[in-house]
Design a protein around this ligand. Structure first.
Ligand SMILES: Nc1nc2c(ncn2[C@@H]2O[C@H](COP(=O)(O)OP(=O)(O)OP(=O)(O)O)[C@@H](O)[C@H]2O)c(=O)[nH]1
Ligand SMILES: [Mg+2]
Length: 263
């Protein structure tokens, strides 16, 4: 029996594209009532001899910058597009360009799910290809690509939209064909990324240490200043009391005072 093949995939695309609904359906859960993903969710599933991990990454504008943290370990990309949201096609194209531009993604296989085909006015496969300049984009970055028009809310588990199943099968098949080279690249990239993250961690720790040290010496300095000013105040008070005593003595007993000074 052949050994299981461990494969990590990332699922990206704009917010509201239908990524979470798609992975829910793949997992056999209801794709209805999904909430926007804040951060990511991780899904593990078995597909034949593949042990697949899918990172469903939040697509909100502010969290899109986390996508790059997952590029190194990813064997392939699932890019989900809301085909019915024509106004956001330009934004979708920009997001896809940024993903494929990354050196850690270029050359890896990409499955595009042209989702929400059940919606009226949804762009057809050909229109999505044109709106995204998909052919040019994937050729430029040497990515094998397949596009599947689908609907994530059509069913789940065994009843999931056949196009989603077909797309996932294609992606895993392409990965398996070039597994050794891809795996070598992923091992190299993840080792490099880990070293980079460690370096960043060390730099951060060093920065914190320096700030603490500066704060500590500032604290010591303030303490010293406080101590000196307190001492000076005490001395001032002491001299003041002494002076007042002298004046009082001079005022009430001038003779005794003058004799005291003279002797
Ligand atoms: N009509 C229709 N609605 C869908 C389809 N897929 C997803 N939706 C709906 O679209 C909305 C967004 O779906 P999500 O799966 O949360 O989208 P997402 O891409 O995960 O969004 P973020 O987590 O914010 O990045 C939800 O209301 C889904 O029910 C589809 O194929 N057809
Ligand atoms: Mg989501």
């Amino acid at each position: 029996m052949s050994r299981p093949v461990k494969v990590t995939l990332i699922m990206v695309g704009l917010d509201n594209a239908g990524k979470t609904a798609t992975v829910r359906g793949i997992q056999g859960e209801s794709p209805e009532d999904v909430a926007p993903t804040v951060g990511f969710s991780k899904i593990d599933l078995k597909q034949g001899r593949f042990e697949v991990t899918i990172f469903d990454l939040g697509g909100g504008k502010r969290i899109r910058n986390i996508w790059r943290n997952y590029y190194a370990e990813s064997y392939g990309v699932i890019f989900v597009v809301d085909s019915s949201d024509i106004e956001r096609m330009e934004e979708t194209k920009q997001a896809m360009t940024e993903v494929l531009n990354s050196p850690k993604i270029s050359g890896k296989p990409v499955l595009v799910l042209a989702n929400k085909q059940d919606r009226e006015g949804a762009l057809s496969e050909a229109d999505v290809i044109e709106s995204l300049s998909l052919e040019k984009l994937v050729n430029e970055h040497k990515c094998l690509c397949q596009i599947e028009p689908c609907s994530a809310v059509m069913g789940c588990g065994k009843k999931i939209d056949k196009s989603i199943k077909k797309g996932l099968y294609w992606l895993l098949h392409i990965i398996a064909k070039d597994f050794d080279a891809l795996n070598e690249r992923i091992q190299r990239d993840t080792t490099e990324q880990k070293a980079y993250e460690e370096q960043k961690k060390r730099e951060r720790a060093e920065r914190v240490r320096r700030i603490r040290e500066e704060r500590y010496s500032l604290c010591n300095f303030s303490y010293l200043t406080f101590l000196l000013s307190s001492l000076s105040k005490m001395l001032d008070s002491f001299l003041y009391i002494k002076l007042m005593g002298t004046l009082l003595r001079l005022a009430y007993k001038p003779r005794a005072f003058i004799l005291g000074v003279m002797t």
